[in-house]
Each structure stands twice: as C-alpha cells, then as structure tokens.
Write a protein that binds this ligand. Structure first.
Ligand SMILES: NC(=O)c1ccc[n+]([C@@H]2O[C@H](COP(=O)([O-])OP(=O)(O)OC[C@H]3O[C@@H](n4cnc5c(N)ncnc54)[C@H](O)[C@@H]3O)[C@@H](O)[C@H]2O)c1
Ligand SMILES: [Zn+2]
Ligand SMILES: [Zn+2]
Length: 361
C-alpha cells in the first residue's frame, strides 16, 4: 500500500518551492522506505530549483539526510526495519569498470530506486541526487542506506550524506592532504568548512579559509582554519601566496562554483600543488586560461564528486570521530527548521548568518 506524506518540491525553474502531498510506494525488490528524521539544506538543492542541474522538473528536493528504515523490499539483507541510516547518493555497483578498477567513487552504474515517488495526480517526481529527502518518508535503493551508530544526533550525521562529506573527502580523499601541508579553501559554507575540518583531521599545519562573509570565516576558525581571508576587493591569489612563503598552497579547494573562484583556485596553488574543484558550475560558465599557464604548472587539477567517498567506509568512521568529539558536526547545524521553511533557508544562503539549516521531522 502506498503512503501519502508531506514533502518539498520545485515545480519549475526559479519558482519558490512548495510543500505538497507525495505518494510513496511500497519498497520494491532491493528498495527501502526510510522515515526521514533530519535533512540538511545544501546549495545543490538550490541549483536544482534554479534549473542549474537539469530540466527534469518537478524535483523532490533534499538529499542530506538521516533516518530510520521503515520497511524493505524483497532481497534486501544489508539493512532492516528499525536501522538508523545516513542516506547516500552513490550506491556503488561493485561490477562496473570503475568499481573493478578500485575507484568505486566513479561508479557509473549507481543504483537508485527504480520505482518513482509521485504527486497525487500521478506526476512522476525527480528526486534530487536520486534521493529526495525533504519528505517525511522516502523511497531509496537499499544500497543508499548506510547504518551508523544509532545514538548519534540525526541532524548532525545527516550532513555526512552530502556537503560535509563532500568537503572532508575533497581534502582527505581527493586532495590527499597530509601532515604539514598548507591548504586554502575558497568558499566556507557547509562544503568548504567540511574541507577545513578534513584538512585539520589530516594534519595540515596551514589552513587558509577564504570567504566574502566574516561570519563564515569566524566559523571556519572553529573547524581548524589557521588563517582567514575576506575575499572582498582583494587579490585572493596574492593573499594565499603571502601566507605560504610566496609559494601558493599545497592543496587548494574550491567550494563556491563560480568562474572567478575557479580561476583563483587554479593560480593559488604551489607549482607542484593540487587544485580540487568541488563547487558545481552552471552549464554556461567558462573560464579562459593561457595554455602556457596550464602547461607551466605541475601538480594536479582534480574535481571531486562526493568527496570520492565510500559511504560504507566513511559514514561510520566519521560518525565515530564525531561521537569521540574529534569532528564537531554539531557546529555545522546553525538552525533546525520545519519543512515549510526550506525556501527561507535558500534565501539565507545569500544573506548569510547560517552555515547549515537542517529540516527536522
Ligand atoms: N562536488 C560535490 O560533490 C558537491 C557536493 C555538495 C555541494 N557541492 C557544491 O559546493 C558548492 C558549495 O556548497 P555549500 O552547500 O557549501 O554552499 P553555501 O552556499 O553554504 O556556501 C558557499 C560559500 O561561498 C561563499 N562565497 C560566495 N562567493 C564567494 C567568493 N567570490 N569568494 C569566496 N567565497 C564566496 C559564500 O559566502 C558561502 O559561504 C555549491 O556549488 C554546491 O553545489 C558540490
Ligand atoms: Zn560500479
Ligand atoms: Zn548536497
């Protein structure tokens, strides 16, 4: 029997989101229905509602969530009703070329639920990042559910489902930050501060946080930034060079997704440094770089999807660090909000004052 629940959808490009009734089918083979307890508001949800990712409206937004498995379909053995799980948007297949080559974070056969959640009139919804979790209950593939310590706070560990994981993983997994490194992070929202926290966990000794908002910079210090730079009206590349003995940073992480910050990231690295691109640009964005500059700089230019994470390895590990007081996930949660405040939370991404708004059910 399908169930009727409340959820947040984006109907068309740029239109404000709305709370409406969603039809959640029973889980089919390999699927699970999860009672969502908390779901963070990520900038990628705003990209969806602005039509910046694709045009498959209407979207069921939300993808950074933790909750409890309510029911599972045939053949599901890894999770059972009652399990506390963090949802992931990349359930790796184990069999594709990427998986077999030991790089499952590039899995191109990601399994999401095959059935669709719909509106009451039968309109099929596109779940954001294959999840859709601004909803009381959601249908996902069982492989999208990763069990973590059930005593952990849902609002905190749910953030591992996207932004904070993307940031920590960009630093540790993609950037390979190690003890003694200098790291610059451009954009200190939930993702960028995840990168700051990841760099600190990895033992970086210089961590430069860069943002246009002083409040964000103050929070970045709390996550381990050793230096902060307000990017307004200054030469960001020079600022990073000045703080790294003229060299540029060993690892530069871009967590904004704009042409000017992509360009800053490219030039702010040490000649042998690594640039990690995490911010998501829109399809029309471009930058021009002299080929001599591309050629003349060694190191590596990488992008990072989901922090090159393995949810089954990384979610329980980071939850353990959180429980031990070594990773302050609570500090990412600026406010707990209700389902009908998602549009307001999008507004705060521009006006500031909030690191992560988290919808609590
Ligand atoms: N690659 C991935 O796997 C992945 C995962 C999640 C999110 N993202 C992307 O990462 C980006 C950041 O997401 P978020 O949720 O942290 O967003 P956010 O809105 O919380 O944070 C963005 C930050 O960038 C700052 N900023 C804006 N313009 C700037 C500039 N010119 N210089 C320096 N700082 C500037 C803002 O003040 C803000 O603090 C988005 O593009 C999002 O889509 C990527
Ligand atoms: Zn695969
Ligand atoms: Zn996200």
């Amino acid at each position: 029997m399908s169930q009727l629940v409340r959820g947040v959808i984006a109907r068309g490009k740029g239109a404000p989101v709305e709370v409406t009734t969603i039809v959640v089918p029973d889980p089919g083979p390999g699927e699970a229905v999860v009672k969502v307890q908390a779901c963070g508001v990520c900038h990628t949800d705003l990209h969806y509602r602005e039509g910046g990712i694709n045009d498959d409206f209407p979207f069921l937004l939300g993808h950074e969530a933790a909750g409890v498995v309510e029911s599972v379909g045939a053949g599901v053995t890894d999770v059972a009703p009652g399990d506390f799980v963090v949802l992931n948007w990349r359930a790796v297949c184990g069999n594709c070329r990427a998986c077999l080559r030991g790089k499952p974070w590039y899995c191109f056969a990601t399994h999401n639920a095959t059935q669709k959640m719909t509106l009451e009139d039968g309109t099929e919804l596109s779940p954001a990042l294959g999840i859709g979790a601004f909803v009381e209950k959601t249908l996902v593939a069982a492989g999208q559910c990763t069990k973590v310590d059930p005593s952990a706070r849902a609002a905190a560990v749910g953030l591992l489902g996207c932004g904070v994981m993307a940031g920590i993983g960009a630093a540790i997994n993609t950037g390979g930050v190690t003890r003694g490194d200098s790291v610059a992070v451009i954009g200190c929202g939930g993702v960028g501060d995840g990168a700051v926290a990841g760099a600190a966990l990895a033992g970086a000794t210089t961590i430069i946080a860069i943002d246009t908002d002083d409040q964000k910079l103050e929070w970045a210090r709390g996550f381990g930034a050793t230096h902060t730079v307000n990017a307004r009206g200054i030469d960001v590349v020079k600022a990073v060079q000045d703080l790294t003995g003229g060299n540029g940073a060993d690892v530069v992480i871009e967590a904004v997704g704009r042409p000017e910050t992509y360009k800053q990231a490219f030039y702010a690295r040490d000649l042998a440094g690594t640039v990690v691109l995490v911010g998501v640009p829109t399809p029309e964005m471009t930058i021009e770089l002299p080929l001599l500059d591309v050629f003349g700089r060694g190191g590596a230019l990488k992008s990072s999807w989901y922090g090159d994470c393995l949810p089954t390895r990384d979610f329980p590990m980071l939850t353990a660090l959180y429980q031990q007081g070594r990773l302050d996930l609570d500090a990412f949660v600026s406010e707990e909000i209700a389902l009908d405040q998602v549009e307001e939370a999008f507004g705060k991404m521009h006006t500031g004052g909030v690191l992560r708004s988290v919808v609590i059910f």
